[in-house]
Design a protein around this ligand. Structure first.
Ligand SMILES: [Zn+2]
Length: 361
């Protein structure tokens, strides 16, 4: 296609990427906390948690270059212009209207951007990234204000990323006394009940069955007797799941699920583990939650919580229900569709179980 066509096409085109996060009160201070345009063309942002952002693109005209801008809730105190370098003419921070903040990236007139490939990604509740361009290294000197990674959560997660890439040979699993413990693993849903349906049609029932089978194998290797409530795609009511566990008088019961958010919000990701009551259940939940977070860097910690789910309420032994991520969340879904990540999650759950058994068992 001719260059002319593209120019014409883009002239009046606004790219509008909207993330359905909660709207912050209009009159509060700017939700933009820090930003950084890196030499690799990636713009990183840190905002207040759960900010709603809107991003736009406008093709350059005769007298100005391409423009990309993002509007944030909350009012900017001091509008300013930061001089650019390389392909960037300048970056402006302003308040287009009362109660708003706008960050404009203005490119030099000869820029040649591909906005149709742009994706504004939410990394976690307060971090965002978008790749604006690719250029040879060092054609842009990094521009920015503030620390885009300033968050305790993130520091923990960054550490996890490093650890994983360095010594991901496999997670070391602790040894426990063999042939002493029995564990019931309960893959949620099954058969005609797919559970949550995620991005790209990812089915909870399948994902959790795969993870559960891996957990079973890992535990079996450590000399733990494992009983699965289901081994294939069958529909199984909740009470038989409980009966299996109570009948064999298992030491613990672990139900494995994946989440879906209301309205299938892609910005909602995270892991959580529920227990019903008692310190043992709580301890087991804590051990598992800690491990699954380690293999899910960037995905929010939704915590260890009390829940009244049938299967953990009616089982007689310490019981937990693990939610290994949101199939409707962009970050979690992309991982959970891959077997390498399911393997990691399975290791993490197994490690949590083994640590619990060696302490409380
Ligand atoms: Zn479920």
């Amino acid at each position: 296609m001719s260059k002319f066509f593209f120019n014409k096409l883009f002239r009046y085109l606004s790219i509008f990427l909207l993330f359905n996060l909660d709207i912050s009160p209009a009159r509060s201070s700017s939700a933009l906390a820090a930003w950084s345009l890196n030499s690799n063309g990636v713009l990183e942002l840190r905002t207040k948690s759960n900010s709603k952002l809107k991003a736009y693109f406008q093709k350059g005209g005769n007298t100005y270059g391409d423009r990309f801008w993002i509007d944030f809730p909350g009012e900017l105190k001091n509008p300013r212009t930061i001089k650019g370098n390389g392909p960037i003419k300048e970056i402006r921070l302003g308040k287009p209207i009362k109660g708003k903040t706008r960050l404009v990236v203005e490119f030099s007139a000869d820029s040649n951007l591909k906005p149709l490939n742009w994706r504004l990604e939410g990394i976690d509740q307060n971090r965002w990234r978008i790749k604006l361009f690719s250029l040879p290294r060092n054609s842009l000197k990094k521009i920015g204000e503030g620390l885009v990674t300033k968050s305790t959560n993130l520091n923990v997660n960054k550490k996890a990323i490093k650890t994983r890439s360095r010594n991901y040979g496999f997670m070391q699993l602790p040894d426990i006394e063999r042939n002493k413990f029995s564990v019931v693993i309960d893959p949620g849903h099954g058969g005609p009940d797919p559970g949550a349906i995620g991005i790209g049609g990812l089915r909870e029932a399948e994902v959790v069955l795969d993870v559960s089978k891996r957990v079973k194998n890992l535990l079996s290797e450590k000399g733990v007797y494992v009983r699965m409530t289901r081994n294939n795609e069958v529909d199984l009511d909740l009470s038989p799941r409980v009966l299996i566990a109570n009948r064999i008088d298992a030491d613990i019961f672990v139900s494995i699920h994946a989440n879906a958010s209301k309205g299938k919000r892609r910005d909602i990701n995270g892991l959580e583990t529920f227990y019903y009551s008692g310190w043992r259940g709580r301890l087991l939940a804590k051990k598992i939650q800690k491990q699954i977070l380690k293999v899910s860097p960037g995905s929010p910690d939704r915590g260890v919580r009390q829940g009244r789910f049938f299967v953990i309420k009616n089982t007689k032994m310490p019981a937990v229900l693990v939610e290994i991520g949101f199939l409707t969340g962009k970050l979690d879904a992309r991982r959970l569709e891959k077997s390498i990540h399911r393997k990691r999650i399975a290791y993490a759950i197994t490690k949590g179980i083994l640590e619990y058994l060696s302490k409380a068992g």
